[in-house]
Design a protein around this ligand. Structure first.
Ligand SMILES: Nc1ncnc2c1ncn2[C@@H]1O[C@H](COP(=O)(O)OP(=O)(O)OP(=O)(O)O)[C@@H](O)[C@H]1O
Ligand SMILES: [Mg+2]
Length: 428
């Protein structure tokens, strides 16, 4: 039982992820492999998993601290029990505080000399320039996405090169600090520390997008219960992220209201018979709808499936159009190519890839978490992309300048994402 004692156990090498979602809270514990001989990356195996229906969270925001605390405790305890070990710190996702994504260019003068470590340290100093510009919000990620020397773009590692002016393009993601503090407070009430925070959209994409897609350019859209989050990768790097406070719960609410049934039955009908696009059989197929307050009445209302699809489709269209409009506004509708990966619980709705393909003019596939050993069947669906992605972030993605763990030297940098990963680890 998690109690008031502050656990001060020695580090057991475990990495733990906590996803506080609008409909479910999940925790995964991974054990990195002790054998590093296979390369610079870390292999890991999931040894603990717990999940629970969420309470006290609306569109990702903590609205009832006590309820969240209770659910987090029991979820983490379930994962700890399965792992047979306790955890102290968690990597947590952030899908709140109106996350903002900005690409900023910083410039330093090189004056003709060879670019070395000192120049990079000056230009990438995570403490300096960046924090001052965003006083009321918290900087979640600072990702160097490319360098240019004297206007020549596309440089991945400028060291050893010559020039007059060195520019780094930095992708900075910020979010309002108030809601993040509440999230941290709920977690600390469970006697857990927050090891690092990762934007939900980023985490989801790390779990279900493959490296080739990242290189080619891809948009990953996680449609959850109360939020829809967007991550755009280009040239291997996360270049844009966004979040909209709508999701699958809005679809279920529409069904409940439209068919005068309970939310529970609306949810059930959506997952059993729902579709985002109509089919020719829809008028012939009949679905029973228990009316709200009359669940035990054997003479339930009957509707053709086309009526259900007729409620689901406009809401899904609206959500996808919002995604498209946000991408257009930010100028990322075309930049990231034509590939799109749909994930999140509500991303599983049949017919959604086709609808999304038409609205966003992209080739769409559904993405589920990839490549993590020990992932239980129950945790292998698109709803768990964020949670698996949090582990991926901790294990592989540590070239992000805001990630503290590698500063402490507790995890090894993975060279997969560019040679600079190791350099960052050594220097910040
Ligand atoms: N098979 C399915 N078809 C359609 N929708 C589904 C299916 N399974 C789950 N959903 C929907 O997925 C949503 C939950 O998704 P998910 O678990 O990703 O949300 P969450 O992470 O808790 O919420 P958020 O990320 O928005 O905070 C619910 O609205 C649920 O109705
Ligand atoms: Mg989610």
């Amino acid at each position: 039982m998690r109690n008031g004692v502050n656990h001060n156990r020695p580090r057991n090498g475990l990495v733990a992820a906590l996803d506080i979602g609008s409909t479910k809270i999940s925790c995964m514990i991974a054990k990195p492999s002790a054998d590093h001989s296979s390369g610079p990356g870390l292999d890991a195996r999931i040894v603990g998993f717990g999940h629970h229906v969420s309470k006290g969270v609306q569109s990702g925001i903590v609205v009832d601290m006590d309820s969240v605390e209770k659910v987090v405790r029991s979820t983490v305890e379930a994962a700890e029990q399965m792992a047979g070990e306790n955890i102290h710190d968690v990597i947590v996702n952030v899908n709140i505080g109106k996350p903002k994504s900005r690409l900023i260019a910083y410039e330093v003068s090189i004056a003709g000399h060879e670019i070395g470590d000192a120049d990079l340290r000056r230009i990438l100093d995570p403490k300096g320039l960046v924090e001052n510009e965003f006083n009321s919000s918290e900087v979640l990620h600072k990702i160097p996405v490319g360098y240019s020397i004297d206007g020549n773009k596309g440089i991945r590692d400028p060291r050893g090169m010559f020039g007059e002016r060195l520019v780094v393009n930095m992708h900075i993601i910020t979010a309002d600090s108030g809601p993040i503090r509440n999230l941290e407070t709920a977690i600390s009430r469970c006697h857990l520390g927050v090891e690092t925070k990762v934007l939900a959209a980023y985490a989801s994409a790390l779990a279900c997008v493959v490296e080739d897609e990242r290189q080619m350019g891809v948009t990953c859209v996680d449609i959850g219960g109360g939020t829809t989050s967007i991550a755009v990768f280009f040239d291997g790097e996360l270049v844009h992220a966004d979040s909209i406070p709508v999701g699958g719960q809005h679809v279920s609410n529409d069904i409940a209201r439209g068919l005068a049934t309970s939310l529970h039955h609306a949810e059930r009908m959506k997952t059993l018979y729902g579709n985002a696009i109509p089919s020719s059989n829809d008028d012939r197929e009949v679905i029973k709808v228990p009316l709200v307050g009359e669940e035990n009445n054997s003479e339930a209302w009957q509707i053709p499936r086309s009526m259900l699809v007729g409620i689901i489709r406009p809401r899904m269209e609206e959500i996808l159009e919002m995604v498209r409009d946000r991408l257009v506004q930010a100028g990322f509708d075309k930049v990231a190519g034509r590939r799109m990966v749909l994930t999140g619980g509500a991303g599983q709705l049949p017919g959604l890839p086709e609808l999304a393909g038409t609205i966003l003019n992209k080739q769409v596939r559904v993405g589920r978490p990839l490549g993590m050993d020990g992932l239980a069947e129950a945790a292998s669906g698109p709803a768990f992309s964020t949670c698996v992605g949090l582990l991926n972030f901790a294990l592989n993605e540590n070239q992000d300048l805001s990630y503290d763990t590698y500063k402490q030297g507790t995890l090894q940098a993975n060279g997969r994402l560019g040679r600079l990963g190791h350099w960052f680890k050594e220097n910040f």
